[in-house]
Design a binder for this molecule. Structure first.
Ligand code: PMP
Length: 284
């Protein structure tokens, strides 16, 4: 039976319940992280917890634990579940309030840590690459709800995911309000053109992925030029290679976008190299 951390206590899954008056439920008022466990090690835990605290800061939510205490709570929960490989969902909601949206009416923020199995894309998709589309739904406008905040309100991404589902593909590119490529519904995007690795800058309205940052470091270690730049759909269509990064996806090749074959229509050499380096780095 899985043990779930709720506000300092480990409880059984069946007992891990939240009030319907919690503002995380009523308004998506809260933040979260998705983290991997590889070989009993929590991958980039500190980076994920720092991002969580930055999201919290941005929405003016005070988490009643220090960063070190939060890291320890995550590790303890992983240990209590004896999970060697898996996925962690770390959630902080604004807590119970009344039916109005005023956060001042809320009491204790709820801190929840779920440790579960991970579901990743089928192996064949990593070998052959995936097809994606561009969604009509644009990414949240930064001055309205900045995508750098990993908030509990994922409706923007879900609307784009519905479009991907309808098109029969696993992911969709979301453009920003300027029509530039931002990211996919749950992954960051990279292009390779003439040996240079390119990805949208955080200012393009993306979540600054932990996997993205790791892959950029690994690329630089290979002496590959990495650029955080403005990318358009045209750049995607004429790229030599394209791949996505994310906690669940790791590094996965994209071979077709909006019906256009990318490069040779098979996973490219740099994509394969960076996927191999990433897997080595996480120890798989
Ligand atoms: N963009 C979005 C919108 C995401 O939800 C995620 C996380 N699944 C990512 C990018 C990738 O971030 P990370 O590498 O930290 O998982």
């Amino acid at each position: 039976m899985s043990k779930i951390y709720m506000n300092g206590k480990l409880v059984e899954k069946a007992d891990a319940v939240i009030s319907v008056y919690d503002h995380g439920f009523l308004y998506g008022d809260g933040i979260f992280e998705g983290i991997r466990i590889y070989n009993s090690v929590v991958f980039k835990l500190h980076e994920h917890v720092v991002r969580l605290y930055e999201s919290a800061k941005s929405i003016d939510l005070t988490i009643p634990l220090s960063i070190d205490e939060m890291c320890k709570a995550v590790k303890d929960t992983v240990q209590a579940n004896a999970k060697k490989d898996g996925y962690i969902r770390l959630i902080v909601s604004r807590g119970v309030g009344n039916l109005g949206l005023d956060p001042r009416k809320t009491t204790n923020p709820q801190i929840i840590i779920i440790v579960d199995d991970i579901s990743i894309y089928p192996e064949e998709m990593y070998e052959k690459g995936m097809e994606i589309i561009t969604a009509a739904t644009i990414r949240n406008i930064p001055n309205a709800l900045n995508p750098r905040i990993k908030s509990l309100n994922y409706l923007n991404n879900i609307l784009a995911k519905l479009e991907a589902n309808r098109a029969g593909v696993p992911e969709a590119i979301m453009l920003n309000h300027l029509g530039e490529v931002a990211e996919c519904t749950a992954d960051n995007i990279f292009l390779v053109k003439n040996g240079v690795l390119k990805t949208p800058a955080p200012q393009c309205g993306i979540l600054e992925g932990i996997t993205r940052n790791t892959v950029m470091d690994l690329a630089r270690a290979e002496k590959i030029t990495v650029q955080e730049v403005v990318i358009t759909r045209h750049d995607v269509f004429i790229a030599d290679e394209c791949f996505l990064t994310g906690t669940a996806a790791e590094v996965i090749s994209v071979v077709k976008c909006d019906g256009r074959k990318i490069g040779d229509g098979v996973p490219g050499e740099m994509t394969k190299l960076l996927r191999a380096r990433f897997r080595k780095f996480v120890g798989i």
